[in-house]
Design a protein around this ligand. Structure first.
Ligand code: GLP
Length: 261
């Protein structure tokens, strides 16, 4: 795992988007795993800018999102399909048929996970999975105690997640209490993981996930098992990390980071 600390949120966002863009330029048929949440909005704005101003071409890319609320239709402004269309898909030249999220309106809740897994497999697997982290340490919606071998399935959300996400709902109580999410095992199958974490409020959970013991109580800690992980953070989120000196040192000296310095 590599941790990269950038001075500000804007720098961390730009680096994250630059890594996605570089991979897409190298492989126009990239399969991206995508994430939602407030943190990612700026990443999608930057990818949109790169598309409009630098011609970044998404025409043969495919995407699979991590998760979706159960019971929200695509036109509900709190569904993750709505979020993705608004913040990214409507603004770039991706083919909508190549964008995938779990179907929150399916009649077959128990079958949806297997269907989604099969679609990921048919696309050749995820090349780069973008990740955020929830206040309770979740990746996707893999809440505490999710098996570290879990696959895409329906999951009951925690009170902590309800508190974090219900602010976007009107009234807050209308937030669904269940969601589909890729499993931790599904996420670990991606060929590369890029996690973006910004802001002081994430400092404690970030330190647990990155430097703490691997535990299903903090499902983000499972990324320690993956052999190609970059965690990009701003100074505020990095404030509780023990290895800061090394992380700065590595970014400032390692040849693979030269073009991003
Ligand atoms: C939701 C998503 C997660 C995301 C998290 C972070 O819970 N299911 O995938 O990491 O939000 O949200 P934010 O960026 O708003 O802090």
């Amino acid at each position: 795992m590599e941790v990269v600390i950038r001075p500000t949120e804007a720098d961390a966002v730009r680096l994250t988007a630059a890594i996605l863009a570089d991979d897409l330029r190298k492989n126009p048929e990239m399969v991206f795993g995508l994430a939602t949440g407030a943190t990612m909005e700026a990443v999608y704005a930057e990818l949109t800018r790169l598309h409009r101003e630098e011609g970044l071409d998404f025409s043969t890319a495919k995407t699979f999102n991590l998760d979706e609320y159960i019971g929200l239709p695509a036109d509900d402004k709190n569904s993750y399909r709505y979020y993705m269309n608004k913040h990214l898909f409507n603004n770039i030249n991706i083919k909508m048929a190549n964008t995938h999220l779990p179907n929150g309106m399916t009649d077959d809740i128990k079958g949806e996970g297997a269907r989604y897994e099969a679609a990921i497999k048919a696309a050749g697997g995820v090349d780069l999975q973008l990740l955020g982290i929830g206040q309770d340490g979740h990746i996707g919606f893999n809440e505490p105690l999710s098996s570290l071998a879990s696959r895409t399935r329906d999951k009951s959300l925690t009170p902590a997640t309800f508190r974090q996400n219900s602010i976007y709902f009107d009234p807050p109580e209308s937030m669904p209490l269940r969601a589909f999410t890729m499993g931790v095992g599904t996420i670990l199958d991606a060929r590369k993981l890029v996690m973006l974490v910004t802001g002081e409020r994430k400092a404690d959970i970030l330190a647990k996930a990155v430097e703490g013991p691997v535990s299903s109580m903090v499902t983000a800690s499972a990324i320690q098992f993956h052999n190609n992980v970059t965690v990009i953070v701003d100074e505020a989120a990095a404030s509780k990390l023990q290895g800061k000196e090394y992380y700065y040192w590595n970014f400032n000296h390692a040849p693979e980071w030269e073009k991003y310095r």
